[in-house]
Design a protein around this ligand. Structure first.
Ligand code: SF4
Length: 309
């Protein structure tokens, strides 16, 4: 490949959506610049912030933890912790937790692990074996979101950062539009308002393509967990991932255009779908359900029922 547009080093990547050729140092610089811009928009710099980062051990959340700490770590008004959810997936999550723990030591960051078994009395392997009418990933996603929110609240976090990258964001936009779920689209985040009982989520990597996140990890020698979850084939997102990848391949810049369109219409859709009035479930978590029972308690109750019958 030819040399970097900014120096004489060999280019490590051709960024098709912009036409730029960058060496690994200039790519890292370009990534940091965009993440800084997002953090400035999403975090109240100068106000005491406690930022919890949801770190599964995969490349995106691991790179998010390193970048958030690199960009904001020197500030005295900020504190950080990593939260890992152990879903109880044999041969998968255990090795990821070891890697996250090692990275947190290197980052001098507190590491909190919450298991589904402790929180709900079920491992994801047990859920996968149970009689159910939804995919394993649907249970896992609902239970993980609630467990992360609860752990972040317990740590008294003011923000909960996730590793959602540009590809994930474009897939989520397409998925919600395709299903006609505009209300869920309005909740996609990053969250601009605080709601009682919910720690607002921020997404520092939302403008960074997945391939650039991977190259950043490689260039910086960041170790991450690279195994695929044994239930990953059940995820509805897989179909949308393929569509977004095809569109991006044929029309470079599609993911950015989708994100830009979403950002432009967000105020309008939030006016139609303002944050719902939340009730509190008996478990202490907020819910929009008129019954007052949160989705996790509903799912756990149905699983326990199946166990009895
Ligand atoms: Fe959970 Fe599905 Fe992700 Fe596996 S692939 S961790 S089951 S959401």
């Amino acid at each position: 490949m030819s040399s970097c547009d900014k120096c004489s080093e060999p280019a490590a990547i051709l960024i098709r959506y912009s036409g730029a050729r960058l060496c690994k140092n200039h790519l890292c610089e370009f990534i940091v610049k965009r993440v800084k811009r997002e953090l400035r928009k999403q975090v109240d710099i100068g106000r005491d912030e406690r930022i919890a980062i949801a770190v599964s051990g995969g490349k995106d959340s691991t790179v998010a933890a390193f970048l958030v700490k690199e960009i904001l770590g020197a500030r005295r008004d900020m504190e950080f912790c990593a939260i890992t959810i152990d879903e109880g997936i044999d041969g998968y999550r255990g090795s990821a937790i070891t890697i996250v723990a090692d990275n947190c030591r290197a980052l001098d960051m507190e590491h909190i692990v919450v298991s589904f078994e402790e929180a709900y009395g079920f491992t994801m392997d047990q859920v996968a074996e149970a009689e159910r009418n939804m995919s394993t990933c649907t249970y896992c996603g609902v239970m993980r979101r609630a467990a992360l929110n609860r752990a972040a609240k317990t740590w008294e976090a003011t923000r909960l950062a996730t590793g959602l990258n540009l590809d994930d964001t474009a897939q989520s936009i397409l998925m919600n539009i395709s299903r006609g779920d505009v209300e869920r689209l309005a909740r996609l985040g990053p969250h601009r308002r605080c709601q009682p009982g919910l720690i607002p989520r921020i997404q520092p990597l939302r403008t960074i393509p997945e391939s650039e996140v991977a190259l950043y990890a490689l260039a910086k020698g960041i170790r991450y967990h690279n195994l695929e979850c044994p239930y990953a084939s059940e995820a509805l997102r897989n179909d949308y991932r393929a569509v977004v990848a095809q569109l991006e391949d044929k029309y470079p810049g599609t993911r950015h255009s989708m994100l830009k369109s979403f950002d432009e219409i967000l105020d309008a859709i939030e006016r139609v779908y303002p944050p719902a009035n939340l009730r509190f479930c008996g478990c202490g978590e907020p819910t929009v359900s008129p019954s007052g029972m949160c989705k996790v308690c509903e799912l756990v109750a149905s699983l326990k029922q199946d166990r009895v019958s």
